[in-house]
Design a protein around this ligand. Structure first.
Ligand code: PHE
Length: 341
């Protein structure tokens, strides 16, 4: 039985030397020195020996078993190291390579300005009212006091659909009528942002599509001084506390009286430069008191309520702010332009 023990151990050692994988090693362990392994079973048979031989056998058996166990541990760590080495070279993962940069999207410059504008008007208590891009001639012109064939229509060359009564809005002002009809008889304090369309020659200064942010306030006792105070407040929030603002008389068919608002040029502080075309002022919006006819068209009684309205162009505001000289960049989708904001 002692011979059997020696032979078994030799075979086991020889086999162990050949092993190359963790799986084979586990099988080997089970086969020889595991709970049901051959060596383990042989050790249990010590009782079959005559008592005199038992101590010698037991001693030798324990020696051999310990030797096998030590060899097993050694082999196990060798295999583990080899497998790690293999996965490092075969996967050829170079952990020192820099990662690929993740390119981040960002807001279009117009949307950045729009959000800033929304924020300021929200702080001043104005809600956003969404109106439609496709309008009727009636809403876009007639109800705003542009009769058919009125020359003021020519200032806003229009995109018509195949139906000449249906068009792309040339300004956000038709939203005034829709908001009034929606809110009547409640007082109104809204801004109406959106895209407008004009069938014009595309140049550095004019595009066929652009945003406007319209504003409308309707209620009892709204006066021109409220319009002035509100727009001055807005301009201070957008352009800074000390920036002078002025109102110039102007004309729109749907407001009376009408005005245009200028802020002092923030590039030259009013001294005159290329940005302000040497006037010292930058025009930022058109405005006026809502014309009584327009109030009536919206359902309100001009004897009981009054209102003011204004309209500003976020692209123009963005151009002034960043010194962008050509409006065509806005819809050119050139990343070299867009990535700068
Ligand atoms: N709708 C005018 C335009 O397109 C701007 C405006 C809005 C003027 C509201 C006065 C009041 O130019």
């Amino acid at each position: 039985m002692l011979d059997q023990l020696e032979t078994l151990t030799e075979t086991a050692q020889a086999q162990l030397a050949q092993l190359e994988s963790g799986d084979a090693l586990a099988a080997w362990h089970g086969h020889y020195i595991g709970r049901k392994g051959e060596l383990t079973q042989l050790l249990r048979r010590v009782s079959e020996l005559p008592p005199a031989q038992r101590p010698t056998f037991g001693q030798r058996a324990n020696q051999l078993k310990q030797a096998l166990e030590a060899a097993y541990e050694q082999k196990a760590s060798a295999i583990k190291a080899a497998e790690l080495e293999k996965s490092l070279t075969e996967g050829s993962l170079d952990v020192t390579l820099p990662g690929r940069p993740v390119s981040r999207g960002r807001l279009h410059p117009s949307n950045q300005t729009l959000r800033r504008i929304y924020q300021i008007w929200a702080e001043m208590g104005f809600q956003i009212y969404r109106s439609r891009d496709v309008e009727t001639d009636e809403m876009n012109f007639q109800l705003l006091n542009f009769p058919p064939h009125h020359p003021a229509r020519e200032m806003q060359d229009t995109f018509y659909t195949t139906n000449p009564d249906v068009l792309l809005r040339t300004h956000t002002s038709p939203g005034q009528i829709r908001a009034m009809r929606d809110f009547y008889p409640e007082p109104i304090r809204v801004i109406l942002p959106g895209m407008c369309y004009r069938n014009e020659q595309i140049t550095a200064r004019s595009e066929i599509q652009f945003h406007q942010v319209e504003g409308l306030a309707v209620g009892p006792n709204i006066r021109f001084s409220d319009l002035k105070g509100t727009l001055i407040n807005f301009a201070r929030r957008l352009y800074g506390e000390g920036r002078p603002v002025r109102f110039r008389a102007s004309h729109f068919p749907f407001t009376e009286p009408s005005a245009e608002v200028d802020v002092q040029c923030f590039l030259c502080d009013g001294k005159g430069c290329r940005l302000c075309k040497y006037t010292g002022w930058l025009e930022i919006c058109g405005c006026g008191m809502v014309h009584p006819t327009v109030l009536r068209n919206g359902g309100y009684d001009p004897e009981k309520v009054s209102g003011f309205a204004f309209g500003m162009g976020p692209e123009r505001i963005t151009m002034l702010r960043h010194g962008i000289e050509d409006i065509r960049y806005f819809w050119g989708n050139d990343l070299r332009f867009l990535e700068q904001f």
